[in-house]
Ligand binder design. Sequence first.
Ligand SMILES: C[S@@+](CC[C@H](N)C(=O)[O-])C[C@H]1O[C@@H](n2cnc3c(N)ncnc32)[C@H](O)[C@@H]1O
Length: 504
Amino acid sequence: MADSVDFEEASASFLEWFTSQPGTSFHPSLKIVDLRDRDAGRGIVATADIPQDTDLFTIPRSSIISVETSELARKLPELFEDPPDVETSRMSLDDDSHNELSDAPVDLPMSWLNLILILLYESLHYSSSKWAPYLSVLPSTPSQFDTLMFWTEEELAELQASAMTTKIGKDSADSMFKERIIPVVREHANVFYPSGSTPLNDEELLQKCHVIGSLIMSYAFDLQPDEDEEAEDENEDGWVEDQSKPSTMGMVPMADMLNADAEFNAHLSHGDDALTMTSLREIKAGEEVLNYYGPLPNGELLRRYGYTTPKHARYDVVEIGWNLVKQVLEDNEREGNKRRQMQKLLQKVEQDEDMDVQEGFQLERETEGPNDQGLCDSVAKFTKFPDDLVEVITAVMDEMLKYQNEGKNIEDRTRILKMRTLTILRAVTRKRLEQYATSREQDEDMLKKGEGSGRMKHALTVRIGEKLLLKDAGEWAEQALEKYSADVADSSSQPARKKQKRER
Ligand SMILES: C[S@@+](CC[C@H](N)C(=O)[O-])C[C@H]1O[C@@H](n2cnc3c(N)ncnc32)[C@H](O)[C@@H]1O
């Protein structure tokens, strides 16, 4: 960690460089601050009250690091030309491509690969780069990242049964860099390396690619040509989600000095010549200016950005694998013939392409996005199990009912089916909870005692969030079962009362 003097000096040089760029502006009531005491690196705070709808800072497009401004793109334009099939030129993309580095790195879109090459070039030419004061405040070594890509096996184990451990994709990132980046650098070594410098060996280059890939994941912006085009990317609340579409990507100085949360107070708009950060509501003196990275669960926030916050817990999710659901359904049938019938049914379900059960299922709460001032008005609540999970369990239980010839009439069968489906759903939440090595209460205790490193704290936050969601889902199934049994008891007692009346 740089000492405070170096840190402050780097911030001051960066601010001086930024404000000296033609077309920039920086509000006088803002300050770049050192937030390392709470593991948040640099951030920007207001030094006096700032009214709503104030321009906080402006970044001309000429100051952004992107294909449009890059010296590398001028020297080797052929690397950045749109090939006939834009998405498949330098990599193989499937239909379901994401522009997230560690999800499926072999599917990285052109915008990522382009920016990796550009940043490699700029960092190898650091001393002559026009962005040097900006580059010096960006993380440049693995130790400066807390994203999951850089966690040790031991640290990852602290995520316990969270599905995040399966989404890091370090090996496929390695292959992608080896196939798509390193050969390009080797082929154009005379351009990538300043004359007289020693080229990096493959291992060093690979390490650098990982650092730059992670930098892009947590700092880069998806650059929209203008606000109209940006509107295409808006979600139903009107908020543009960070990096949601493969287009041009760029490093936007100052905009990426803002930290972020699920409730925020600033928004970046993309104009023709410049990008402008504006306050969404009044920002009080001393308050941090915050951006928004989208409705991400804490696990995903940790994977992409290396931190967690209490406010992001509203978007937490739990993934339920098909094997677990299958196990619960099988275990529900103890008697030999019934169990064999269940196993047959489960095999049939697995072959049914429409059900697509191998994909698994995702539990989440119902929640509205932030309002136009960046605040969340409503409480996130668990209100239902995912339709695809309910559908598959209902289908299987229905077949079992037919096999056992249960239920005298339609109402009877519907009632039994509903109760059994809810019982299985409740059992699924319990079984999923058992996959975590510790209880939520133990985790909360550890968090309270402040045990472990910063990374341990984030792992605890992720697993507590997932366990809490499973608890909520289990309680929801329990309450639905109780309510349904009470309704059934109530309705079945009605005819009996009428009968009694007539007899009197
Ligand atoms: C775009 S940068 C923001 C500036 C960054 N703090 C810095 O020092 O360069 C994104 C990174 O900032 C950190 N960050 C952002 N929001 C945060 C928050 N609410 N709490 C802690 N760290 C945060 C994470 O490390 C994230 O990957």
